[in-house]
Design a protein around this ligand. Structure first.
Ligand SMILES: Nc1ncnc2c1ncn2[C@@H]1O[C@H](COP(=O)(O)OP(=O)(O)OP(=O)(O)O)[C@@H](O)[C@H]1O
Ligand SMILES: [Mg+2]
Length: 134
């Protein structure tokens, strides 16, 4: 990890809950368990079933375990695979190339609404998998 002289916030950025979080104790535990053993965990399900809320709950709980916190990157308005990198950089307040920024940090990224920018040749992979590398 780099030292503490950086100007940008280190605690991450997640939206505040506007309503109480209800239930999902089992799912929260499952996602945390999966994250302990994998660098990428994908939540899938029908629209409106609580994927975003679950991800944010887990991220809120685990953010402090990451030196640079937990961050939400909402890709809903990103229309092309080629600009995912810039959307991530903007959300983090980072300068592109964002891969260099991430390489020096330890953070939990919630990439929400990313299905339309997935690489269809491999549904589990974003078009820029290097984001997930150290
Ligand atoms: N565990 C929960 N406790 C309280 N509210 C919840 C919970 N899960 C989901 N909700 C609420 O239900 C609505 C839909 O949830 P959410 O946006 O997380 O679904 P989603 O699966 O991400 O939907 P989409 O596929 O459209 O992105 C939201 O208003 C959210 O706050
Ligand atoms: Mg959602």
């Amino acid at each position: 990890m780099a030292g503490g002289g950086r100007a940008e916030p280190r605690t991450g950025r997640l939206p505040a809950d506007l309503t109480n979080f209800v239930g999902r104790g089992q799912e929260v535990g499952q996602v945390k368990h999966l994250l302990a053993g994998a660098r990428l965990v994908t939540l899938t399900g029908a629209g409106g079933t609580g994927k975003t809320r679950l991800a944010l709950r887990v991220a809120g709980d685990l953010g402090r375990a990451y030196a640079d916190g937990a961050w939400l990157v909402d890709l809903a308005r990103v229309s092309e695979q080629g600009v995912v990198e810039y959307a991530v950089a903007e959300s983090l307040g980072a300068q592109a190339p964002v891969v260099d920024y991430l390489r020096e940090r330890e953070l939990l990224l919630v990439l929400d609404n990313c299905e339309h920018v997935l690489d269809r040749r491999c549904p589990c992979r974003l078009p820029t998998p290097r984001f997930r590398q150290p």
